[in-house]
Design a protein around this ligand. Structure first.
Ligand code: 8YV
Length: 322
């Protein structure tokens, strides 16, 4: 049987490349290059896509792949894919939810502690000899028992809240509708919530609907003792307002795994001592990345077998094979 021709974007480790090569004929494209840069005969052969990384896939990209039948994204967030354009063309889109939620929540909890207790600077205090030479490290902020607000209580937000509840924190969350969360406080307005918490954790999905949702109003409502943590997408926060708030002390600090324009992030972040910076690595453990790759391939395999897709995100995906 001939193997289907798929386009792979981004770099995959060997444990993904092996199984993909077994099942598909792979065609690669430079990260960020338009699909129109593919030779025409190759573009016409492509029937599926294994997306990795954050290249934008819009109408032009899809039009240059006339026989594209499905897009399997490696990642829960699919904000770089124009899902509406895919749906207009009847193309199913899948993602990799759930398998990464635990790791993302682990890193969020770790970043919150790292920022509040200033663990990065404390490590440097020991290494530099300051502990012996200058004495005790300055006192820091308590985490347990404090008030935390989660912006967006989806699958990842929920995992984060569950971990922070174990720290006996008072949990609030903002979302359009209240969820089944006994003992937790629901807000519809993130600014109103920010005014009432010590820590604000952003766990929104990316994309146009949430762009800039954490506005300068929300950031400033957090106040000079507040700490902001972003584990979602850089786009969800007004980054200019965040930088200003961090530079002027309008908020106490931030812990950030995501930024605009990654990995060439705004250099002003590097000069700030009140931030913990992470290289968009929340899902980056061996176990989770293996699971993400496997789920992406399961979706592709289901598509080529004409079976229901495992984790579809659009209607074309949800109805496929049924
Ligand atoms: C990955 C992510 O960094 O799942 C997501 O939405 O942001 C991360 O898990 C990314 O998808 C890897 O390309």
């Amino acid at each position: 049987m001939t193997k289907p021709d798929i386009l792979i974007t981004g770099t995959y480790p060997k444990w993904d490349m092996g199984p993909m090569e077994e099942s598909f004929t792979l065609h690669t494209i430079e990260p960020g290059a338009p699909s129109s840069s593919l030779p025409r005969d190759v573009a016409e052969k492509i029937t599926g896509m294994a997306m990795k990384g954050h290249a934008h896939v819009g109408p032009d990209y899809l039009d240059a792949l006339p026989n594209l039948g499905m897009i399997a994204n490696y990642g829960v967030g699919y904000d770089t894919i124009d899902v509406e354009a895919a749906s207009d063309r009847g193309i199913p889109v899948t993602n990799t939810p759930d398998v990464l939620s635990g790791d993302v929540a682990d890193l969020a909890a770790g970043m919150l502690l790292a920022r509040a207790r200033n663990m990065v600077a404390a490590d440097a205090w020991v290494r530099s000899g300051n502990w012996a030479a200058k004495g005790d490290f300055p006192l820091q902020k308590r985490v347990w028992g404090k008030r935390v607000g989660i912006v967006g209580l989806g699958r990842i937000g929920r995992e984060i809240a569950d971990r922070l509840a174990a720290f006996k924190m008072e949990i609030s969350y903002s979302s359009r509708a209240a969820k089944e969360t006994p003992g937790w406080t629901h807000y519809t307005d993130p600014a109103a919530m920010a005014a009432k918490v010590d820590y604000l954790v952003i766990a929104l999905a990316g994309g146009p609907e949430t762009a800039g949702l954490v506005s300068s109003k929300v950031i400033n409502a957090l106040g000079p003792d507040g700490i902001l943590l972003n584990i979602s997408r850089g786009s969800t926060v007004d980054e200019e307002a965040l930088l200003k708030a961090l530079e002027t002390g309008a908020i106490a600090g931030a812990a950030l795994d995501v930024f605009n324009n990654e990995p060439d992030i705004d250099q002003r972040f590097l000069a700030l001592e009140n931030v913990v910076l992470q290289p968009h690595q929340a899902s980056a453990t061996q176990d989770t990345r293996e699971a993400m790759g496997a789920l992406q391939r399961e979706n592709l395999a289901a598509y080529y077998a004409g079976k229901p897709l495992i984790t579809p995100v659009n209607e074309a995906g949800k109805t496929f094979g049924k």
